[in-house]
Design a protein around this ligand. Structure first.
Ligand SMILES: [Zn+2]
Length: 1152
């Protein structure tokens, strides 16, 4: 056996190498001008073989190790050996590879080329049961509720959207007390109609100062607060004494910090990675300065709620949460059945491990008139801040009265009647009464009025137990604890009789047909900016961790760790701030949007600096050669917060210029890279010094005008998992491996002469582009996509792209930043004889169409990588000269999605099934799409992946409509006080993926999962490879040609969510601590969609942590933590397999 293994391994290796070189020979002798595509195919395959060889070398190394340990008597290795051999996928079988390539080389007719992909990664086990197994058990299922509700809107009397609430006389008495928890709160938006810092100095600082004074003065008082962005500023301003007092008030439970995020994040547009980032930043800060860990979640203002947030809170150690902005019809429905409190369960969770206790508020608003009970006219009289004289009053024209001995009985009776009515909507003898509003308690006089008057009522109730109410100031956690106490359950567990709910709370309506689906799209420029910076922040986090740990491990100096850490923390906080529910939502005033934009630009620049420096340090063959800001530029340049990205132009010369590619993903990349260069004639050399194929395209300054000094260079790059690769670009007069693309104008457009590129003009009914996997056909009249043929099946799929417009309905309340109230169904955007420009080359081909308001580009990559399986769609949208106008992109397919079902994602974390209901208006059927949407029938799935958050709908069978931008002339009366008129030319990027199902989807599933390929394609779309071209005329020290920080790439379905540096302390200047936070996410995928040609492995979630990172980093200890790293769950064995469950996020603290 021993001998066999060694011989087998060595033979395999030699055969692979020899065959590779034989093939290269074949390629070079067969290559002709007319065989561009074939040449590309072969080269692409060779690249794959190289990668396969390195995979096999890894296998051989493993075999050698096993054999070595076998000789030391370990019998178990025989089994391991078998499993290693079993893991070898058919794709690495040499004969297959050679056969495929021989065929390709012979085949010179591109259109006849049918590509037969190799077998893919085989999925099995727990991940498959997610899509194939039953739905989790629940008592309330939101999609079913939507199906059954009539969505009527009768007048309910005092509680307009409810009914006349009554309760049995004497239900609560001395023997059956109602326990009321009154909780003062102040909703402080970190930016909305004022800028963040103006809110802080003018209102939030006084509020927190008051809270400190008033709570310290009386231990019976309570307050709840949420936004760490403000809290941290305030903390920095406090004296040591006041810090001690604050710490005491927080730790004795008087001042509850709930959620503990940097902001109260939006739950529609925010990506879960950014939600986690801002939650960690807030939680770490809070714990760092006070030692406190949040126990409850508080979200009174986000405009709709996502179960993703419930999941993140649960995994952070929070056991109860509160929400307010739920559709008024749903509130009434839940209240009717006493279901406003429930255990919220994830749609994939059949075990119930994600359950979290959730309290939904019943009435219209979180202000005091809508929190004491169903009658706002009465509740307003118990908002003592509205007493005269003062800044506030009651619109119901009955002012509050100060509580005196003479009126306390009457006033108390009036108030507790409301309490008892509200309590009758819930199932327990505990009642929660929030007491606050936006930016309340900023005046000492207001605090005094609220605390004193309520205390008088509480004292009176204490003396009169026959009234059946015991009331006090109490935090949300105290209230939840009371629920558990009364029901005999433990905090964190399900109180008996509480229902389990699955689903989400989109799309929110607060009254009539006023659906808040406008904000899914408002300010799309900032929405794409957010996502772009978020991915750069992740790259920067990981790069800084790698460079810092490497420097420390090798006792080096020179890389400025703490300087970079300070830039990083600023970037985290600026991006965290934007996750606020008036930030990424696009619902702040223009000058506040500018303020956010400037902070985002700072974050972006910081991230670029960190990536450039860390990657430069990592790339040095001798680390002492590293000099700060000496060698590399970051490829992308953004001049101001509202401008588009420009690309750096690499000045190519006859001496090679180095470009470093950095891949922050845990999987190797094989994809098309695009650089801007100063000369069209170049040669690209890979990390091994081999010249590889490249393509040069013109750079267009106008639709039909080429630049003379800037060109776009494309080549297929190989970058290892969590690593870097160096490529070199050299000016070459006749680069034998470089192709100049061919330009065709259809329909119109004057070809310019005297350029290096061939330009022709044609007219045609239709034309097509194709690559290895797809053939896309476009209209010759308007240049828009019509059909896509998938070559593996030969099926042609209708994929008709068009653009649509909406106007705003007239009336008093019209579409604005929050609301979408269209004037009827969408109308097609008229497109007449646009310039259609087609650029074809062996690596990339693209169609650009220039229509009114949109420059629309569809691009095909000709590689065997993931980018070859889908169409990339790019729009540059500009609707600045329109008024009350919304633009969308619609794709009509032949997918027979029954019952108008569409799947949309929630925060890029999970997918939920939606149904388009005719009983609801258009705006109610629009949902957030932070990452993707798909429709499917038994055979075909049609997915749109998006690189930015936008609204999406599927209003008719077979159709997906993505909202692109909106310009609205008026305020929609939700407090922002202006329309949305600050539109910018806005880029957005999508991928269209058409997949064949091997088995029909399970009927009645409430959730969907992407295919493995769609998931990896999404990662590739969003997490671009960072490109670092060398600075011109710099003398470059020797560089590593390639390096990976992983000893084995992560399994296909495990994503390196982050490798985050932790702060050493929260005292004094920011410095980097020794430990890192490692966040891994194992995604759930649909096994009913086969994959092909993936360069990764599938381990059913098994990861061995010691072997994960390369020896250059050397992990010493790993501890499992709660999501935000506040709760330690103990050490994790480094030497045994750790099994990650699908859909779960894991946090670890790593000691290096
Ligand atoms: Zn708010």
């Amino acid at each position: 056996m021993k001998k066999y293994v060694v011989v087998w391994g060595a033979t395999f290796f030699v055969v692979v190498c020899v065959s590779l070189y034989l093939m290269m020979e074949t390629v070079s002798t067969n290559m002709g001008k007319s065989q561009d595509l074939d040449a590309r195919l072969v080269e692409d395959k060779i690249a794959r073989i190289r990668s396969d060889i390195s995979k096999n070398q890894q296998t051989i190394r493993e075999i050698k190790d096993y054999v070595r340990s076998m000789s030391q008597g370990d019998k178990s290795v025989l089994n391991k050996l078998q499993s290693v051999l079993d893991q070898q996928e058919p794709e690495v079988k040499l004969d297959d590879l050679l056969n495929v390539n021989k065929d390709k080389v012979k085949d010179t007719d591109n259109t006849a080329l049918v590509f037969h992909p190799k077998g893919g990664v085989k999925l099995s086990g727990d991940t498959c049961s997610l899509a194939e197994g039953p739905n989790p058990k629940s008592d309330i299922q939101m999609l079913r509720v939507y199906e059954n509700l009539k969505f009527e809107n009768p007048d309910g009397g005092a509680w307009k959207q409810g009914w006349r609430v009554t309760y049995p006389e004497g239900k609560w008495n001395a023997d059956n007390m109602l326990h009321v928890f009154v909780l003062p709160h102040s909703h402080t938006d970190p930016g909305w109609v004022k800028k963040f810092m103006d809110y802080y100095t003018q209102q939030t600082k006084p509020i927190l100062d008051n809270v400190l004074n008033f709570l310290a003065a009386d231990s019976r008082r309570r307050f709840i607060y949420a936004e760490l962005s403000f809290f941290s500023l305030w903390w920095e301003s406090l004296s040591a004494d006041k810090r001690d007092t604050t710490k005491r008030l927080i730790n004795n439970g008087q001042l509850e910090i709930a959620t503990g995020g940097w902001v109260m994040n939006d739950e529609a547009n925010a990506h879960f990675a950014a939600m986690v980032d801002q939650l960690i930043e807030g939680n770490q800060y809070l714990h760092g300065v006070t030692g406190f860990s949040p126990k409850s979640g508080w979200a009174v203002d986000p405009f709709g709620y996502s179960p993703t947030m419930a999941y993140l809170l649960k995994r952070s150690g929070v056991s109860g949460m509160l929400m307010q902005r739920v559709h008024y019809v749903l509130k009434k429905h839940l209240a009717k059945n006493k279901n406003l409190e429930f255990m919220w369960r994830q749609l994939w969770d059949t075990e119930g491990s994600s359950d979290i206790l959730c309290h939904a508020m019943p009435f219209y608003s979180y202000d005091i008139p809508h929190t004491c009970g169903p009658d706002p006219k009465i509740c307003c009289q118990f908002d003592f801040a509205r007493m005269s004289p003062g800044p506030y009053s009651c619109p119901w024209r009955v002012p509050p009265q100060a509580i005196t001995e003479s009126n306390v009985a009457e006033r108390t009776a009036l108030l507790i009647d409301q309490y008892k009515k509200k309590a009758s909507l819930y199932g327990s003898n505990a009642l929660f009464i929030p007491l606050g509003d936006d930016f309340r308690y900023d005046k000492a006089n207001e605090c005094e009025r609220q605390f004193d008057n309520y205390q008088k009522i509480f004292d009176y109730l204490d003396k009169n137990p026959q009234l059946g109410v015991r009331a006090k100031f109490g935090t949300l956690t105290e209230y939840f604890n009371k629920i558990h106490e009364l029901s005999g359950s433990q905090p964190g567990s399900k109180p008996p009789d509480y229902p389990v709910l699955t689903g989400d709370f989109f799309t929110y309506a607060d009254k009539d047909d006023h659906y808040w689906s406008g904000y899914f799209t408002s300010r799309p420029f900032q929405k794409q900016l957010d996502r772009h910076i978020e991915t750069n922040l992740r790259s920067a986090e990981i790069a800084l961790s790698l460079a810092s740990v490497y420097q420390e491990k090798h006792r080096l100096t020179g890389f400025p760790v703490d300087q970079m850490m300070q830039l990083l923390v600023e970037a985290r906080r600026n991006l965290g701030l934007f996750q606020h529910h008036d930030g990424i939502t696009g619902t702040a005033k223009d000058f506040v949007v500018v303020d956010y934009g400037e902070r985002l630009l700072t974050a972006e620049n910081n991230c670029k600096t960190i990536i450039a420096e860390a990657v430069a340090f990592i790339s040095m063959a001798t680390k002492s050669d590293y000099k700060q800001s000496r060698f590399f530029d970051f490829d992308e340049i953004r001049k101001s917060h509202d401008s588009l990205i420009k690309r750096n132009v690499l000045q190519v010369t006859t001496r090679p210029s180095s470009v470093i590619l950095y891949n922050s993903l845990g999987h190797p990349r094989h994809e098309v890279i695009n650089l801007h260069v100063s000369d069209p004639n170049v040669e690209v050399t890979d990390s091994q010094g081999r010249v590889i194929s490249s393509q040069t395209d013109p750079y267009w300054t106008e639709p039909t005008t080429m630049s003379e000094g800037r060109f776009k260079l494309f080549f297929v790059a190989e970058v290892p998992a969590l690593g870097i690769t160096r490529y070199q670009i050299t000016q070459k007069e006749r680069g034998s491996h470089n192709s100049l693309s061919k330009v065709t104008f259809y329909n119109s457009g004057e070809p310019s002469s005297d350029s290096a590129f061939s330009v022709e003009r044609k007219s045609s009914v239709e034309f097509s582009l194709e690559n290895l996997y797809l053939k896309a056909t476009f209209s010759g009249t308007n240049g828009l996509l019509k059909t896509v043929m998938t070559k593996s099946t030969g099926d042609t799929h209708r994929s008709e792209v068009s653009f649509q417009t909406y106007g705003a309905r007239s009336g008093k309340e019209r579409s604005g930043a929050y609301l979408f109230i269209p004037d009827g169904p969408a109308k097609p955007l008229r497109v007449s004889h646009p310039v259609i420009r087609v650029v074809r080359g062996p690596i990339v081909s693209e169609v650009s169409v220039f229509i009114n308001h949109v420059q629309h580009v569809v691009r095909l990559h000709n590689t065997t990588g993931l980018d070859g399986r889908s169409l990339d769609v790019f729009n540059l949208v500009d609707i600045r000269n329109e008024v009350n106008y919304e633009l969308s992109m619609k794709i009509i397919t032949d997918v027979q999605n029954s019952k108008q079902e569409v799947y949309t994602d929630l925060n890029g974390f999970q997918m939920i099934k939606r149904k388009t209901f005719d009983k609801l208006p258009i705006q109610a059927n629009v949902y957030p799409m932070p990452a993707s949407a798909f429709i499917e029938d038994d055979k075909t799935r049609f997915s749109v992946l998006t690189a930015q958050s936008l609204g999406v709908a599927s209003l008719h069978k077979g159709e997906i409509q993505v909202m692109l931008d909106r310009t609205l002339n008026q305020d929609d009366m939700r407090g922002m006080g202006q329309g949305v008129r600050d539109n910018k030319p806005t880029p957005n990027r999508f991928r269209i993926l058409i997949e064949q199902r091997s088995s029909p989807p399970v009927k009645d599933k409430l959730t969907g999962f992407p295919s493995l390929e769609a998931h990896l394609s999404y990662l590739q779309l969003v997490h671009k490879i960072n490109i670092l071209p060398q600075k011109s005329s710099v003398s470059m020290p020797p560089l590593l040609s390639q390096h990976s920080f992983l000893s084995v790439p992560l399994p296909c379905d495990v994503h390196l969510l982050n490798l985050r540096s932790l702060q050493k302390s929260y005292d004094g200047p920011i410095t980097r601590g020794d430990d890192s936070a490692l966040l891994l996410h194992r995604v759930g995928v649909d096994c009913g969609i086969p994959n092909t040609d993936l360069q990764c492995t599938y381990t059913q979630g098994r990861v061995r942590l010691r072997e994960l990172f390369s020896d250059a980093l050397g992990v010493r200890e790993i501890r499992r933590m709660s999501l935000t790293l506040l709760h330690d769950k103990g050490p994790t064995s480094l030497d045994s397999d750790l099994t990650l469950d699908p859909m779960e996020i894991y946090s670890f603290k790593v000691k290096w």
